[in-house]
Design a protein around this ligand. Structure first.
Ligand code: GLV
Ligand code: MG
Length: 309
């Protein structure tokens, strides 16, 4: 189990790394995290400029306490090593994580971990501080999930990439995140989301849901984000400022649940302190509270406290 301190990531904003204007706009948004993209939102002939823009922007700062990530290109391209070397040598001290897309096996994570370690040693950065976010967005990535999730102590998140995943499994739909027409026997994403969540929880990582592309459909966004939040996911990507509030709200616990969680924790404290530690369970109204209730309450109260409730 990893011992890294992982900050809340209700919302993660995707920002094209080659667009200084959008990077500047991102600085002022109330997202928990953002990533500057050198992969799919950065055209092949804009990658070199993108690296320079990203280094300059990270070093200029202004991102408050947002988690700052850079998404590099995947290992099957010619760009990955240059993305990592340029960005980490140039701005490693002002960077929290590298995001690796289309991760297919644990070896791809090892390779990035080793490259990062060499750069950190070479330029005098604290070894191991830069974290990893790994995108699960191919059939092979899903099958290798367990090995991928424990491939490096740097890993902070497992991120579902619905668009690439739908392409990878030949899903008969073009509407990212929505149910494929004709599949009327349940949620077509349930197995994928649940698998990612299980691997994340088994190995102490955050589980993050990917983008919802219909940026004008805030109801649809709320519905899809709500499904991931209900399962236990920690957050979701946002692609546009209009999506930020919806996603932050969905991943906050409801006020009633938060108050209830705090009451459970108080009742359980009573068991272990005022009752002299002699009781394993207590009553809260009609409800029996025990150690398992305390664990569930800690999750909800932790999310609420992080959101300033
Ligand atoms: C994100 O990278 C996705 O493919 O959905
Ligand atoms: Mg993708």
């Amino acid at each position: 189990m990893s011992t890294r301190t992982i900050r809340p990531r209700r919302s993660t904003l995707a920002v094209p790394g080659s667009n200084p204007k959008m990077i500047d706009k991102a600085r002022g948004l109330s997202v928990d995290a953002l990533f500057l993209d050198l992969e799919d939102a950065c055209a092949p002939n804009a990658k070199a400029d993108g690296r320079e823009i990203i280094v300059k922007s990270l070093n200029e700062g202004g991102f408050d306490d947002k988690i700052r990530t850079v998404r590099v290109n995947d290992w099957t391209t010619p760009w990955t090593y240059r993305d990592v070397v340029d960005v980490v040598e140039g701005a490693g001290a002002n960077l929290d994580c590298i995001m690796l897309p289309k991760v297919q096996n644990a070896g791809q994570v090892h390779a990035l971990d080793m490259l990062l370690t060499q750069i950190e040693k070479s330029v005098g950065l604290e070894v191991g501080r830069i974290g990893l976010e790994v995108q699960i967005e191919t059939a092979s990535g899903l099958i290798a999930l367990d090995a991928i999730a424990q491939a490096s102590p740097r890993i902070e998140t497992l991120v579902f990439g619905p668009a690439d995943f739908m392409a990878s499994i030949h899903m008969k739909s073009l509407v990212v995140g929505e149910q494929p027409p004709g599949y009327d026997v349940g949620d077509a994403y349930h197995h994928i989301l649940m698998s990612i969540l299980m691997a994340a929880r088994a190995h102490g990582k955050q589980a993050i849901d990917g983008p919802y592309l219909a940026i004008k459909d805030l109801d649809g966004l709320g519905r899809v984000a709500g499904r991931a939040a209900a399962l236990g996911f920690d957050g979701k990507w946002v692609l546009h400022p209009s999506q930020v509030d919806v996603v932050n709200e969905v991943f906050n616990p409801g006020q009633d649940d938060y108050d209830h969680a705090e009451n459970i924790l108080d009742a359980y404290d009573w068991c272990t302190s005022e009752a002299g530690g002699s009781r394993g369970a207590a009553m809260l109204g009609d409800e029996m509270i025990d150690e398992a209730s305390r664990k569930m309450a800690l999750v909800i109260s932790g999310k609420g406290r992080a959101a300033g409730m």
